[in-house]
Design a binder for this molecule. Structure first.
Ligand code: FMN
Length: 219
């Protein structure tokens, strides 16, 4: 067998930071905001990038990275093509996990919750903030569908550019929009020395309207 080398054999020590019950906000929503702000301040690249896990109609799991675009006490919002692979999975099973992998901070947050499309007004408002090129790309691309060549995709974008020159509005395709994940479980994970990590988990009942309960899990 070949030597896998340093990346597979190294044992990084996750250092002195800790996560105590007493340091946590009473509610996971402000606690998440605190950690997201830390991640941004401490230089995490794309701190709002999260890995979204879904289950399709056949029970097959899949995951991919998307960007968190809004967060408040109602939940976590991302935007995508709802006819994509993930969109089809969410239509079959409207639940998801969101994993924020803040490795350089020795932290991760894992959110689990129910998923619903956001309203058209909210999707429209976000669509208008996207750069012109991204709106054209979102219109040209049928996300997750096969295409014969890159040239074909670029030709589609050029056609759309002629129809909607820079500075003119690009209508939001009906298949493109946001999803809100309403959490019922949020785990805050802080890496500690010798793999004796801190794991604090907020849960509430499935209706996602109950009181939050806090538990510490073994690492
Ligand atoms: C850093 C990063 C950010 C991304 N952000 C988004 C996003 O906000 N929305 C999106 O639809 N895809 C985003 N993608 C692309 C997705 O990972 C994925 O390729 C795409 O959504 C199709 O996934 P699906 O075929 O599983 O539906 C991002 C990828 C990366 C690496």
């Amino acid at each position: 067998m070949t030597d896998p080398g340093l990346p597979l054999s190294q044992h990084t020590d996750y250092g002195a930071e800790r996560l105590d019950e007493a340091d946590l906000a009473a509610d996971p929503s402000p606690q998440f905001d605190r950690w997201l702000a830390d991640a941004a301040e401490r230089g995490v690249y794309e701190p709002n990038a999260m890995v979204v896990g879904t289950i399709d109609a056949d029970g097959v799991p899949s995951s991919r990275t998307v960007l968190l675009r809004a967060h408040d006490e109602r939940g976590f919002v991302f935007y995508t093509d709802r006819s994509s692979r993930k969109g089809r999975a969410l239509a079959a099973h409207p639940v998801a996990t969101l994993l924020f992998p803040w490795y350089s901070l020795h932290r991760q947050v894992i959110v689990t919750g129910d998923v619903a499309p956001v309203g058209d007004d909210e999707s429209d408002a976000y669509w208008r903030t996207r750069p012109h090129g991204s709106r054209l790309a979102g219109t040209a691309s049928r996300q997750s569908e096969p295409i014969a060549s890159r040239d074909e995709l670029e030709a589609r974008v050029r056609e759309l550019e002629a129809e909607h020159p820079e500075g003119s509005p690009v209508p939001r395709p009906g298949r493109w929009g946001g999803y809100r994940v309403t959490p019922w479980r949020i785990e805050f994970w802080q890496g500690r020395t010798s793999r004796l990590h801190d794991r604090l988990v907020f849960t509430r009942d499935g209706s996602a309207r109950g009181e939050w309960k806090l538990e510490r899990l073994q690492p």
